[in-house]
Structure formats: structure tokens, C-alpha cells
Design a protein around this ligand. Structure first.
Ligand code: SF4
Ligand code: SF4
Length: 176
């Protein structure tokens, strides 16, 4: 962040050109990994409330013009953590027993959370629509988490997400 004055913060904004094409993101992330890491270290020292304000503003700007249907990187490359409640909700939508859903599509990760055992997600279709959208897991609804409060708590996670999500990448690069 170039300045921590309120005026400078409120003038930071994102435009369409700041958000990279999804298929270019991995290479861009590799090139700018050092910059992104330093940005996250710098943001960790920043006023927490102001950090939330600016990140939320950039989040809403970006998702005002950016359509996730043009991307789907998250659904195609990482799995959300899936709770037991998510399993119940998804199974209801799919009209299957929760145990059958678990057996067919889920596994436990090292932290004991259910995750999809394949990537891309089994419920993404060829046009990037989620086949269980209204019943998708909570973590899918909340990804990429750039509108959550206490953003400072997920700075390290956001650095990882910048390799997957063009909007997270754009936000962090804007704050470099
Ligand atoms: S459940 Fe839907 S939103 Fe979640 S990863 Fe799969 S396709 Fe994406
Ligand atoms: S949340 Fe990010 S990674 Fe997922 S589809 Fe939208 S822009 Fe792409």
C-alpha cells in the first residue's frame, strides 16, 4: 500500500484491465510471487479496520464487472472444505443418500474435512455453471473470502488463493 492515509485508500480502485485472464494466472503468479508475498507481509501490519474497508471495496468493484462464469478456476482446481451439513444439503438436491454422495464424490483431507476427490469438481458443467448452485457448500458461497471481516486473519490463505482466483490476484497486486 503506497499510503495509509484515508484519502489515498479511498482512491484505490480496480478496473477490468487489472484482472488477468484465468488461463494466464499461474504464470503471472509465478512471476510476481515475491511481490505478492511482500504485499501480504505489509498488509499484516496495516490497520485492521481500514484493511477490511479497502479490500471489501475492491471485492465489490471487481465482482461488479467480473463474471465468475468466465473463469471457474476455483471449481476446476481446488476443493472447498465440505461440512456434514453441506453433505446433507447437497444430497437433498441430488436426491441421493448422504452416504452415497460421500462414497461417490468425497474423501477426508489431512484436516479431517470432506473435500471432493476429483478436480474439477464433479458438479461443474461445460459452461462453468454449478449443477447444484442453490445447494452448493458454504465454502463455495464464500470463496474467495475477500468480503469477509477480519481479512487480516486470512492473508496467508489469500496469498495461496491469488494463484487460483484472478480477482484475489488483482486485489493484492493493487495493494502492492
Ligand atoms: S459445488 Fe459448485 S460452486 Fe462448489 S466447487 Fe463444485 S461447481 Fe463450484
Ligand atoms: S471466485 Fe475467483 S476463481 Fe472462482 S470463478 Fe470467481 S473469479 Fe474465478
Amino acid at each position: 500500500m503506497k499510503s495509509n492515509s484515508n484519502g489515498a485508500l479511498s482512491s484505490i480502485s480496480l478496473s477490468r484491465n487489472d484482472v488477468p485472464a484465468p488461463d494466464k494466472l499461474k504464470a503471472l503468479f509465478a512471476t510476481n510471487r515475491g511481490v505478492l508475498k511482500k504485499t501480504v507481509q505489509k498488509l499484516a501490519k496495516f490497520n485492521q479496520r481500514q484493511l477490511d474497508d479497502i479490500v471489501h471495496k475492491l471485492h465489490h468493484e471487481a465482482f461488479g464487472f467480473y463474471d465468475c462464469l468466465d473463469c471457474s478456476n476455483c471449481c476446476r482446481s481446488i476443493s472447498p472444505a465440505i461440512s456434514h451439513n453441506d453433505v446433507e444439503v447437497m444430497a437433498k438436491k441430488l436426491k441421493v443418500r448422504p452416504s452415497d454422495l460421500v462414497g461417490k464424490h468425497l474423501k477426508l483431507d489431512e484436516e479431517g474435512d470432506f473435500v471432493f476427490h476429483t478436480a474439477p469438481c464433479p458438479f461443474i458443467d461445460d459452461d462453468n455453471y454449478c449443477q447444484i448452485y442453490s445447494h452448493r457448500p458454504k465454502a463455495c458461497r464464500e470463496y474467495p473470502h475477500t468480503d469477509r471481516s477480519r481479512f487480516y486473519q486470512i492473508l496467508k490463505l489469500s496469498l495461496k488463493n491469488a494463484e487460483v482466483c484472478p480477482v484475489v490476484y488483482a486485489i493484492l497486486m493493487k495493494l502492492a
